[in-house]
Structures are given as structure tokens and as C-alpha cells.
Design a protein around this ligand. Structure first.
Ligand SMILES: C[S@@+](CC[C@H](N)C(=O)[O-])C[C@H]1O[C@@H](n2cnc3c(N)ncnc32)[C@H](O)[C@@H]1O
Length: 254
């Protein structure tokens, strides 16, 4: 990406310390203090122009949001978007959102273990060449970083237009012991899902009729264990019912 007016963009970011965080390492372990409450923190890694995270912040005031990207210009655009969303709600402030200029590679320098509750990966770069597989944000080496930063109920919500990235990610999530749920191979098959907030890329690709792949993955130890215990209990209940049915049939046949 070619960045124009780099100095102006940086100055614009420096003028917005209430919304833009340029040195996230300094907030490691202090994000709840930064937001001024104990609400859960959800982060979008690679937020692009910020449509998704800005809309989410305006819609769910009881959640703290962080939008992260590597490019200053995208953070600037995100700040405009976020202010617009909140201005339309009658507020000059954006109380529950931080836009962070940062690289996912350095996630552990920005967050203490368990500081985050949910990670959104929306239309992450697919890096189609296999020699670049390690750069994909769903590669196991990133999943280990996410597991560390997320709390014991932590989840990853992932959507993409790239079938090859989705296939790679299913394997990666499975290899890393995540519990996947709500898998969709065509999220908007029956028309645009207006109950879900769309990203810029999603608006574009679904508008062109392309399928959007989506899943949720439980990664925190406690949520994975609870999910598995629930499934085991459902199986056990089904087995009990089947046995009871058989016993009834035996009695009727005798
Ligand atoms: C294809 S865009 C998707 C943007 C947005 N999430 C959407 O769905 O419209 C991917 C974004 O991820 C950002 N990105 C890629 N690698 C990153 C990394 N290592 N750390 C932070 N952001 C990254 C890019 O700068 C880009 O804005």
C-alpha cells in the first residue's frame, strides 16, 4: 500500500489520544484501566478501514473494542468512521473503542495473558503461496498467541471469502485443539444476515455473490471443557433414552 502524506496522517493520529493508541505496549496489563471499566475486551486483528469495529462499538456499549492494524492511514480512516458512528448516536466521544497501530506478530507485548475475551479475524490476508503459510493469521503459531492473550472463556470469530484460507484454518484450529461451532460455508446464502455486522470486504464480496465462510472457535480452556462436557451429557442422555425405549419394547413383546 502506498501511503500519501505520511507526516500529516501521523499528526492526525497524535491529535487523537482519546481514541488512537500508537504505543500499545505501554498499556499491557492496563487495558481495563484505559477503558475505565471491567467490561470484556473484544479485538479485531487487521481491522482495515474500521467499518466492523466502529459499528460494533456503537451497537454494544457494554463491550470494550480494540481495532488493530499495521497502517497509520487505516487507523486514521477508522477514527473518522468511529467518530461518525458515535456522532450519529449524539456523542462526541467514543467511550468503548481503541484503535491500535500494531502488528499481530507482537500481540504478547501488548496484552497480559487472559486480558482479552474475543478475537475477530475478518478477511485476513490469505497468503495463498504455501511458502507464506506462516504469515496467515490462523496459523498455529498465531493461535498459540491468541490462546495466551484470551481468557478461559475466549473465542475466535473468523470469516473470510477465501476457500483455501478457510480450509487451512479448519485444519489449523483442529490441530490446536479448538472447539469449532456455527460453521457456515455460505453465510449470506438466504440473503444478507443483517443480525451480523458486515465488514468492508464482506460488503464488497457478498455484493458480488461470493460465498462468505464463517466459524466460531472456542479456545479458552474452560469454555472448551464445558462445551465438551455438554456434548458428552447429550450423548449420554440419548443413550439412556434409547435404552429405555428398548426396555419398553421388550416388555411389550413379552
Ligand atoms: C484484507 S484486509 C481486511 C480488512 C477488514 N477486516 C475487513 O474485513 O474489511 C486485512 C487487513 O489486515 C491488516 N493486517 C495484515 N497483517 C497484519 C498484522 N500482522 N498485524 C496487523 N494488521 C495486519 C492489513 O493491513 C489489512 O488492513
Amino acid at each position: 500500500m502506498r501511503l500519501r502524506g505520511r507526516k500529516n496522517i501521523r499528526e492526525s493520529l497524535e491529535r487523537q489520544p482519546d481514541l488512537v493508541v500508537l504505543e500499545p505496549q505501554k498499556l499491557k496489563g492496563r487495558w481495563h484501566e484505559y477503558f475505565g471499566n471491567d467490561h470484556p475486551i473484544h479485538i479485531e486483528l487487521g481491522m482495515g478501514k474500521g467499518q466492523f469495529i466502529s459499528t460494533m462499538s456503537g451497537t454494544n456499549e457494554q463491550i470494550n473494542y480494540i481495532g488493530m492494524d499495521i497502517f497509520d492511514e487505516l487507523i486514521r480512516r477508522g477514527s473518522e468512521k468511529a467518530r461518525k458512528v458515535w456522532r450519529e448516536k449524539g456523542s462526541e466521544e467514543v467511550p468503548n473503542l481503541a484503535l491500535v497501530r500494531g502488528n499481530v506478530e507482537q500481540l504478547e507485548l501488548m496484552f497480559e495473558p487472559g486480558e482479552l475475551a474475543r478475537i475477530y479475524l475478518n478477511f485476513s490476508d490469505p497468503w495463498p503461496k504455501s511458502k507464506h503459510a506462516k504469515r496467515r493469521l490462523t496459523h498455529p503459531r498465531f493461535l498459540l498467541k491468541y490462546k495466551e492473550a484470551l481468557d478461559e472463556y475466549g473465542e475466535i470469530h473468523f470469516k473470510t471469502d477465501s476457500l483455501s484460507l478457510f480450509e487451512f484454518s479448519l485444519n489449523s484450529f483442529s490441530d490446536t485443539g479448538l472447539q469449532m461451532k456455527n460453521i457456515s460455508l455460505d453465510l449470506h446464502r438466504d440473503g444478507i444476515r443483517h443480525d451480523l455486522v458486515l465488514t468492508e470486504y464482506e460488503t464488497k464480496f457478498s455484493g458480488q455473490g461470493m460465498p462468505i465462510y464463517r466459524l466460531e472457535a472456542a479456545i479458552g480452556d474452560r469454555i472448551v471443557a464445558e462445551h465438551r462436557a455438554r456434548i458428552a451429557e447429550e450423548f449420554a442422555e440419548q443413550a439412556r433414552r434409547a435404552e429405555a425405549r428398548e426396555q419398553t419394547l421388550d416388555i411389550e413383546n413379552n
